[in-house]
Structures are given as structure tokens and as C-alpha cells.
Design a protein around this ligand. Structure first.
Ligand code: PA5
Length: 423
């Protein structure tokens, strides 16, 4: 169970009388966008065979290829990237090489990834629920061209694994025609809630993560965060953020003291930004990685305009540690730390900053604590945030599961590119 503690200026919980109704519309799936609540109990519905197919495919990729290119954007890549970084760290020793493509339209980025893999025999995991998103579609076309030029057309059906809709979209049509191995993204799970589906699990399995444990973490979440409000820290966090928003705080800043959680911050920004930012409402999700960002944004948080509150992901025990040694001459003046672990120093930075921001800077802070970061606790944490998101979006009277606003840039871009209109 993730614990939650709040610091800083006191605030009142808003609209408490609505909490039980919202708990109910989540659990009986009767709220706005209720046809997208498949993630609520997706984990506990996995069969052994479903998970075996994912693990066998990961094994096939690792045994037959030198690298995997994961093609997808938004919810089709952020969850797996966040999980892989969180568990393996930023410089993993023995991880099977994984490259992410199709998450932007940058020619510089795309060129460099294509160069990097040009001498490698690579497999492709193309992920698109709609099957029509421009960024991954372009990357996919470039990769297919590379594969065909090097190995011939027959290699495509061996090297490509597609995750897409069961019936519709260009990718489904192509996958069926070409005979790619496919995994289904269910109709009732939206992109940013899809980390628990094969969208997240296949790249994680290739990266060596224990996906059974990750699924188990989601199942823990299903149990812990279905509880009634007084026992449900996800709902308590959801109501805190709604109450702070109602009090005038319009920005939520996610903070971690671990750089390998930077992508988890990105996943959170998508989850909350796309779920809540509509109808002229919603908290702006931002993020910091500390202590790095205390040397850039720390000044603003401490003394700048009072627009934000913090949500800190606090991991009590790190996987690795480093000890500071005694130095003969103590030229850097650090001998007072000799014998101390770096995790201890990081913790004091966290505690000192928490007091500075919440007590002196008057910034409200939520601290979410987990004992250690494992596949299982990460699964539970991600589920926690998804459930909390549904709760606070419903408090805002918003449908958390659509994203009508993202179409505007697309239609402008298509006009500029001269995309022919559908017949
Ligand atoms: O959360 C969402 O639904 C979106 O961010 C999508 O994940 C993103 O736009 C990618 O869509 P698709 O998987 O259809 O290519």
C-alpha cells in the first residue's frame, strides 16, 4: 500500500459529500467515459497463456535479433519506457538493446536512431491503438524499408510484432495481410492507461523485467485502491489534488529524488494532462528531478508565485548504494561525510527541501512513500495513479478517458501537408 502524508499550509477537503458517489461510479463503471474502464481489472484477467505469449515473444526477439525498436507515441510508449528506466536504471549493464522511435517527428532524432541500428539485425514492436497515428506510421515505414533492403520482404513478418486494435485501423489491416505476430489493445483501455496491456509488457519483458511481478503489482492495486475512501490512499490523493486545485493551486509538480524516474514523471504528465486538461479545467502537471532541479527550479518553488503544489514519490530504500570515503587532505571539506552512504545524504536533501518548501515557502506537499522500487511496487504505483486520476477527474466533472483536444494540431498539420481527405 502506498502511504500518503501532507505537509505545508493546511487546506480543507472539498466536496466530501461527493466521494462515495464517485467511488461507486468508478467501481460499477457507470461514470463518464465508462467504456474505457477496462484497465480497472485488466491485470487480474490475464491468463497464464496470455502472459506466456508475451514472454515467448520477448524470448524469440532476444534469441533471434540484436536489438528491438519500439515504435509508438504517447500512451503507446511512455509506460514501458518509464517502467524500464525505473527498474533497470539509466545505464543498465546487461539490458538487451532497445531503441524508441516514432515518438516525435524530428529528423535529427530519427536519423540518429536509424544510424545506430543500421548495422544491427533488429526486430520492431510497432504499437498504435488507432493504427493511424502519423509519427509511428512514418517511423514504421522507414524501418520496413531498411529491413526489406537488407533482408528482403520475407523478413518483415519475422521481425515485426504489432500491438493494435483487434479489428480496425491501418495497422490491423497491414498486420493481417502481412502475417505479423500481433497483440490486441482492447477497446476499453485508452493509450495512457495501457501500460498493463501488451503495449507495456512486451518491451518490459524484452528489457528483462519480471512482468509477472509487475502484473501482480497491478493486482495489488486493484485490491488496495478499490477500498472505501477512508482506507484508500489513491482516492485520498485524488481528493487532495482536487481540493488544492479548488483553492487556487493550478499546477502540480511531480518530484522524485531518483533520475531514473524522470520518464515516470513524463508518463504522469501524459496521464494527468490528457485526462484532466479539458473544458478549461485541470491541473497543469509538471515535474522535477531532485536534487538536480533544485539548482534550477528550486528558487521558483521556494520563493516564486504560489501557483503550485508538490507530489513527491519517495522511495525509502535504493537498490544500490555508494559510500563516501575519508580523504587524507580533506581539500574539498567533505570528511564530515566520510563513512556515510549517498542514499543517506540524498535523504537529508529530501528532508531539508521538504521543510524548506512546505514550512518556509508555504508550498503544499503530498509525499507518497513506497519501501523499495521493484516491478511489483511499480505496478502498484502506476495503478494507484490511474485510479487517483479517475477519482479527481470525476470530481472535476470531466471525462478522464477522452482527448478531443489533441485533434486540433493534427488537422492543421494535415492541411499543411496536403493530406487527401477520406472518401
Ligand atoms: O492516451 C492516448 O490515448 C494517446 O496519448 C495515445 O496513446 C497516443 O496518441 C498514441 O495513439 P495510438 O496508440 O493510437 O497511435
Amino acid at each position: 500500500m502506498i502511504t500518503i502524508k501532507t505537509y505545508g499550509p493546511k487546506f480543507e477537503l472539498k466536496e466530501k459529500e461527493r466521494y462515495s458517489t464517485i467511488e461507486k461510479i468508478i467501481s460499477d463503471k457507470s461514470g463518464q467515459g465508462n467504456d474505457f474502464l477496462g484497465w480497472l481489472d485488466y491485470a487480474s484477467k490475464y491468463s497464464k497463456e496470455d502472459l506466456k505469449k508475451i514472454k515467448d515473444t520477448a524470448k524469440y526477439i532476444k534469441e533471434n535479433y540484436e536489438a528491438l525498436v519500439v515504435v509508438g507515441i504517447g500512451g503507446s510508449y511512455l509506460g514501458s519506457k518509464a517502467a524500464i528506466d525505473a527498474i533497470n536504471g539509466l545505464y543498465p549493464e546487461n539490458q538487451f538493446p532497445i531503441y524508441f522511435l516514432g515518438n516525435n517527428l524530428s529528423s535529427n532524432y530519427t536519423h540518429q536512431v536509424l544510424e545506430k541500428i543500421s548495422n544491427k539485425h533488429f526486430a520492431v514492436n510497432v504499437i498504435s491503438k488507432s493504427g493511424t497515428t502519423t509519427e509511428p506510421a512514418i517511423a514504421f515505414r522507414l524501418l520496413k524499408e531498411m529491413i526489406t533492403t537488407k533482408y528482403g520482404k520475407e523478413e518483415l513478418s519475422k521481425a515485426i510484432i504489432a500491438c493494435t486494435d483487434e479489428r480496425k485501423g491501418a495497422l490491423r489491416k497491414e498486420a493481417d495481410e502481412m502475417g505479423y505476430v500481433t497483440f490486441i489493445i482492447p477497446d476499453d483501455v485508452g493509450g495512457r492507461y495501457s501500460v498493463i496491456t501488451p503495449v507495456g509488457l512486451l518491451p518490459m519483458a524484452v528489457a528483462g523485467l519480471d512482468i509477472d511481478e509487475f502484473v501482480q503489482g497491478f493486482i495489488d492495486g486493484e485490491k488496495n485502491y478499490s477500498e472505501t475512501y477512508s482506507k484508500n490512499t489513491a482516492y485520498q490523493y485524488g481528493s487532495n489534488r482536487y481540493s488544492l486545485y479548488s483553492k487556487g493551486y493550478k499546477v502540480e509538480t511531480y518530484i522524485s529524488y531518483e533520475p531514473h524516474l524522470a520518464m515516470l514523471n513524463e508518463w504522469l504528465k501524459q496521464l494527468y494532462g490528457e485526462s484532466e486538461g479539458k473544458d478549461g479545467k485541470g491541473l497543469l502537471p509538471t515535474s522535477l528531478v531532485c536534487t538536480t532541479d533544485l539548482h534550477s527550479m528550486g528558487q521558483f518553488v521556494q520563493e516564486g508565485s504560489k501557483v503550485l503544489f508538490e507530489t513527491i514519490i519517495n522511495i525509502e530504500t535504493p537498490k544500490y548504494d555508494v559510500t563516501i570515503k575519508e580523504s587524507d587532505n580533506d581539500l574539498d571539506g567533505l570528511n564530515y561525510l566520510a563513512g556515510k552512504k549517498l542514499s543517506y545524504i540524498n535523504e537529508q536533501a529530501f528532508r531539508g527541501t521538504l521543510a524548506a518548501h512546505s514550512e518556509v515557502g508555504n508550498v503544499p506537499v503530498n509525499v507518497l512513500t513506497i519501501k523499495e522500487l521493484t516491478e511489483r511496487s511499480l505496478g502498484e504505483l502506476m495503478y494507484f495513479f490511474m485510479r487517483a486520476c479517475a477519482f479527481s477527474a470525476y470530481l472535476l466533472n470531466i471525462n478522464p478517458f477522452n482527448q478531443p483536444g489533441v485533434e486540433v494540431y493534427k488537422s492543421n498539420m494535415f492541411k499543411l501537408l496536403g493530406k487527401p481527405s477520406k472518401k
